[in-house]
Write a protein that binds this ligand. Sequence first.
Ligand SMILES: NC(=O)c1ccc[n+]([C@@H]2O[C@H](COP(=O)([O-])OP(=O)(O)OC[C@H]3O[C@@H](n4cnc5c(N)ncnc54)[C@H](OP(=O)(O)O)[C@@H]3O)[C@@H](O)[C@H]2O)c1
Length: 272
Amino acid sequence: MTSLVDGDITVRAGVRDIARARERFGDGIEYAEFDFQRPETWGAAFDGIDALFLIRPPTIGRVKRHITPAIDAAARMGVEHVVFLSVLGAERNPILPHRRIEAHLRDADVNYTFLRASFFMQNLAEVHREAIAERDEIFVPAGNGKTSFVDARDIGAAAAVALTGPGHENRAYDITGPAAFDYATVAEIFSDVLDRPIGYANPSIPAFVRRLRAEGQPLAFVLVMVGIYTIARLGFAGRVSRDVEALIGREPIPLERFVADYADAFESAQAE
Ligand SMILES: NC(=O)c1ccc[n+]([C@@H]2O[C@H](COP(=O)([O-])OP(=O)(O)OC[C@H]3O[C@@H](n4cnc5c(N)ncnc54)[C@H](OP(=O)(O)O)[C@@H]3O)[C@@H](O)[C@H]2O)c1
């Protein structure tokens, strides 16, 4: 199964703003109010749930205060299996909160599956969209390092399989796209698919920090970005795995198709 909503499984989304989520995802699923920072929301959200897809919001740094207690509450409420969206290389990087969450899940009274995802292609259509659409450039300090970009739609498909299929308990998967590219090549792919020249600015890390701060981005966000692109710059983001194909039974989505599918997002608002 690569989609939960098409099957006979009841899906409940735990979200902070139910009205906003319903507007986006429709009436085909249940909604429960859920906020990692408001434990009073946890009980009703976990009630009757067998398996949980756990996403740690990047803004929550205090894992022991907000994430691991929620995992323990889920286990107490009878959740049997937690599929956790982790990060590629989490097992080797002690700084990452994901590693602490993985360690907690291994010891908790639940089965776990770790989906250790590479960099989402969708970041290019969100955080970097404006630079691409309005300035025809990709502005990230990743040097010549390669990244094994994965389409978030494939992460959803892999999560659906891990949540519902047999044999994924207490296992870890590396969730990557089909190939790794440096950003000069990413810019070439964008240029080919969008049919206009897109450049790779390859800024230094100080120049990147200066630009994002001048745009008014919060320092904490800028530092997370620097961490992510430093990992790519050092060559640690390029590992390609076949785990997605093994899980979902087809090739993961290539970067070319992502750019074509999201082409509208990369059009300038100034274009006629
Ligand atoms: N982006 C990547 O390339 C990438 C790659 C590998 C792994 N990851 C990991 O994937 C996870 C998600 O990353 P992302 O980039 O998708 O983050 P994101 O776009 O910022 O999404 C975070 C989500 O968490 C929700 N949220 C925020 N605070 C919450 C709270 N207190 N309680 C409940 N929900 C809350 C947000 O909901 P609202 O809509 O209510 O704000 C939003 O849906 C992170 O752990 C990240 O490290 C990301």
